[in-house]
Write a protein that binds this ligand. Structure first.
Ligand SMILES: Cc1cc2nc3c(=O)[nH]c(=O)nc-3n(C[C@H](O)[C@H](O)[C@H](O)COP(=O)(O)OP(=O)(O)OC[C@H]3O[C@@H](n4cnc5c(N)ncnc54)[C@H](O)[C@@H]3O)c2cc1C
Length: 203
């Protein structure tokens, strides 16, 4: 039965929900407080990353998070404030940041990310609208052996989860990206990843 649906917020989540609801025959209206171009979905980097399967709530994040919290340009800026909701949230985040919870979350996040990538491909091949999308994988480049080892540890975890991952030397990266001329030691290559242009995808 067709329903009337109102979606508040026309970021990627609102728009994609509207797209699939409409395909199922529902009447959808999106309400946004802006002209759809002010949200994170319009300005983000466009990476579609099954490789990013480690949850944010992981051991060590609280220490890093406290440093990041005071920097509004950091990837994890949460305006610090003295209210009960913020303290409750911080406590719940800390309780979730355990090795056991991270291990449990990894296959779920990886599956959601793969499913999400497949949905981009579904929309792309439907030809309902045109947008830039490429599936070429992702290079996580490193300049030091220490960072290389950390990145390869994630890479090996990716292989365990069924992803295609290789640890490439600089020479191999140069062969893959001959025009990039990168000052690196090497890179971990995840072949599962894709990228698109957000300003192309969004209205
Ligand atoms: C710099 C940056 C880079 C990023 N890079 C990546 C990346 O490479 N890959 C990736 O997967 N993710 C990336 N992200 C994260 C990603 O952009 C977000 O997770 C995603 O866009 C969130 O989508 P959304 O629809 O939930 O929210 P938004 O895109 O923020 O959309 C929310 C919409 O709701 C509207 N709204 C808010 N409040 C109201 C209200 N009260 N009434 C009406 N409308 C309202 C806003 O105007 C906005 O249009 C990045 C984020 C940032 C900031």
């Amino acid at each position: 039965m067709s329903k009337k649906v109102i979606i508040i917020g026309g970021g990627i989540i609102g728009l994609c929900s509207a797209y699939y609801l409409q395909k199922e025959g529902h009447q959808v209206t999106i309400i946004d407080k802006s002209d759809f171009t002010s949200g994170a979905s319009y300005v983000n980097a466009g990476f579609i990353t099954p490789s990013h399967f480690i949850p944010l709530a992981s051991p060590g994040m609280i220490t890093k998070g406290i440093k990041w919290m005071f920097n509004s340009a950091s990837p994890f800026y949460v305006k610090p404030r003295l209210d009960i909701d913020f303290i409750k949230w911080t406590w719940a985040f800390k309780k979730s940041s355990t090795v056991a919870k991270v291990e449990k979350a990894i296959p779920i996040i990886k599956d959601i990310n793969l499913y999400s990538r497949d949905l981009y491909e579904d929309i792309k091949t439907s030809n309902d609208f045109n947008f830039h999308y490429e599936r070429k994988g992702l290079l996580m480049c490193y300049k030091s052996d220490k960072v290389g080892e950390e990145e390869w540890k994630i890479g090996k975890q990716g292989i365990k989860e069924g992803l295609g991952v290789k640890n490439l030397t600089k020479k191999e990266v140069d062969k893959l990206e001959p025009n990039a001329n990168l000052n690196i030691k090497g890179a971990v290559y995840f072949d599962s990843d894709a990228h698109m242009t957000p300003t192309d995808f969004m209205p």
